[in-house]
Design a protein. Sequence first.
Length: 227
Amino acid sequence: MFDQNSAVSPRRSPSDSFSAQAGSARTRYDSLSAWLGVRREVDWQHAPALQRVSPDRDGFRSWCEGPVRQRDPIRAERLLAAHTLAREDAARRSPLNFALLAGWQREVLAAPGVPFRVSDAYAKGGRERYGLTPRTQADFDCSLRETTDPDIPLVARATRAHFDVAFFHPFTDGNARAALLTLVYVLVREDIVLPEVGPLQTTRYADDPAGAADLATLIGVLNRRRH
């Protein structure tokens, strides 16, 4: 599952074909619950180790200044502003929680307030539904606190945090951007800066353990690429 010598590509889960056949955004299948099951299933202890070296370039900034700016200069500026905040928070080792992400997200969306969602959320054309209970926000913060657990490999902590944001889906908009910023934050807090982040922009599915492991492997590949 964590074969670093294999090509890394996004995977479709078996249930995704079922979701597509169902064709309904109102499916009762809860993709957030599916992710929490995958989160427990993956053997994170075998995730690749990362090398702490001086970065030759900041892949997130390069991505913003390159393809993002070409498509939408305003979007690029907002992402760069949020990234600056995230880097500052990482230097201070600010606790990772919804409130911290909301501060970055205000920059991303140029919005005065970004509360936690108040209803079920949907993605991938409605094929994934992320349920909401009275405990969802508290569970989200609890998951993010695990990014400081020294018994879990750093790449696994970053990968899980990325998927936690993607599949808890805390915001009404911009969750993919928030997920990438969170991944970057977890790595930077431990002095890891990836030289590329573009390859991380692939579709992943909540109920796919192999796809989750693949993302951790890809982060390891990108970390080594500079060498």
